[in-house]
Each structure stands twice: as C-alpha cells, then as structure tokens.
Ligand binder design. Structure first.
Ligand SMILES: O=C(O)CCC(=O)C(=O)O
Length: 237
C-alpha cells in the first residue's frame, strides 16, 4: 500500500468510527423505541374467537367475574397467512430485537363491557402501561378479528412517545389520562398492527354495553430473554 493510500484509508476508518460511535450512542440512549406498522391479512372465515376454549384473563372484578377471556394457540395451529405475515416482518423484527429473536404467546382474547361501577378498576390493562417483561424490549403483532369501532373498546396507543425517557405515570400504571397524542386501533377484520408493546405506552379501551372486541396477538422478544421459541426454528417449519 502506498503512503497516499494508507493515509486515505486511515482517514476513512477514523471518520467511519467517529460516525458509528455517535450513532451507537444515540441508539443506546433511545431505550423506548417506537414502532407502529399497520397492514392487512386475509383470514379464513373460521379463524375466530372460540368461546368454548376461553379461560379467564386479567383480574376478577369485585363481583368475582372476569371481563376478558383468552386462550393460547400453538404455532403449528396458526393459519399459514399469519405465519407468512410474520415471515414478512422478519427483517424488521431482527432490526429491533436482534437476529436471534424469539416468538411467544400466540393467543386470542375477547374484552367485554365492564359495569360502570368497576370501570375505574383495572381488570384488563385499561390503564396506560408499558409491557415490561424482562425489560422494555418486546413487540407484538395484533390482528383484529372483526370490525372494530369506537364502541368496541379499541386498543389505544401514544403516537409520539418520549423515546428517551420513561413516562412515570405510565410506568406506575396510574389511572390518569396522558396529555399526549393518542390513536385507536380501529379497522376491519384482518387489519394488522406491529407494535412496540414494551416501549410505547398503550392501553385497552372498554367496550360499550353489550359489545366486545376480539383480537389475535403474538409476541416477539430478544434472544437473551429465553422467552418463547427461536424464530429461526419456527419460521423454518
Ligand atoms: O386488549 C387490549 O386492547 C390491550 C391489552 C394490553 O395492553 C395488554 O394486555 O397489555
């Protein structure tokens, strides 16, 4: 290598290291990264909430009743359209969670109307919160199982969260409303939503009287959590 080439190579390496270091520092500071990707999948008609399989979810109300019910779904039982959708998101999931991310907890749940007297009791995640599992790094894919309107208690999320700091009221799951922009997950059957459940504040809406909201969800975690199964193995099936 000539002296000229050596000098130019060194200059490039130093500036590359400088920019990589600043990029890494910014990513490190951004603990509460946010992702909210909407899409759609055509579901077969029989992929619906099955009341006969449902078990209690959340907390019992003072009357002993549960207002949310759910059941798990094994990977092998998932419709191929949903597996394909996850494969389509593989690159984005790797970017956020790392190459060896894991997949866990496919389930369907139904939230139903809560009597007025219990509306201020958190029965199924109606308070703003982060899904802190081992830490704040996890993502969920939601799929609406029927048309969801304002009346059906749609999922709600903060649209411009603070990606650098934890919002204390949200971390405490306090009942109070947030003074920030929010959006509701309204839409039709098959509408999908890939969302940073760990790091972006969200909550369940409460369906109006005689209404309910059915949703499918599957979660994604970094490899170090050991939660669920290896995506590389499941997606290769
Ligand atoms: O049911 C919903 O819409 C939200 C559920 C939720 O936020 C949770 O389970 O952590």
């Amino acid at each position: 290598m000539s002296l000229h080439h050596f000098q130019s190579y060194t200059r490039q390496r130093i500036s590359e290291l400088y920019f990589r270091f600043h990029h890494a520092r910014k990513i490190f500071a951004k603990r509460f990264f946010s992702l909210a990707v909407q899409g759609h999948v055509e579901l077969s008609d029989n992929f619906l909430f099955d009341e006969t399989k449902a078990i209690n979810r959340g907390k019992a109300a003072p009357n002993g009743k549960y207002y949310s019910k759910h059941y798990p779904i094994e990977w092998d039982e998932l419709p191929t359209e949903i597996k394909q959708l996850i494969k389509n998101y593989d690159t984005i999931l790797k970017q956020f969670l790392g190459d060896d991310y894991r997949i866990n907890g496919a389930q369907i749940w139904r939230n139903t109307a809560i009597p007025d007297k219990y509306k201020n009791t958190e029965l199924f995640s109606q308070n703003w919160h982060y899904d802190k599992v081992m830490d704040y790094r996890n993502i969920q894919l939601f799929i609406l199982l029927h048309e969801v309107t304002e009346k059906d208690g749609p999922f709600e999320y903060v649209t411009e969260p603070d990606e650098y700091n934890l919002i204390p009221e949200v971390a405490k799951r306090s009942e109070q409303n947030l003074n920030v922009g929010i959006k509701k997950l309204l839409g039709k059957r098959g509408d999908t939503f890939l969302f940073t459940t760990g790091s972006t504040p969200h909550r369940a809406g409460i369906p109006e009287k005689n209404r309910h909201r059915d949703i499918f969800s599957i979660a994604f975690f970094p490899e170090y959590t050991s939660i669920g199964e290896k995506s590389t193995e499941l997606l290769a099936k």
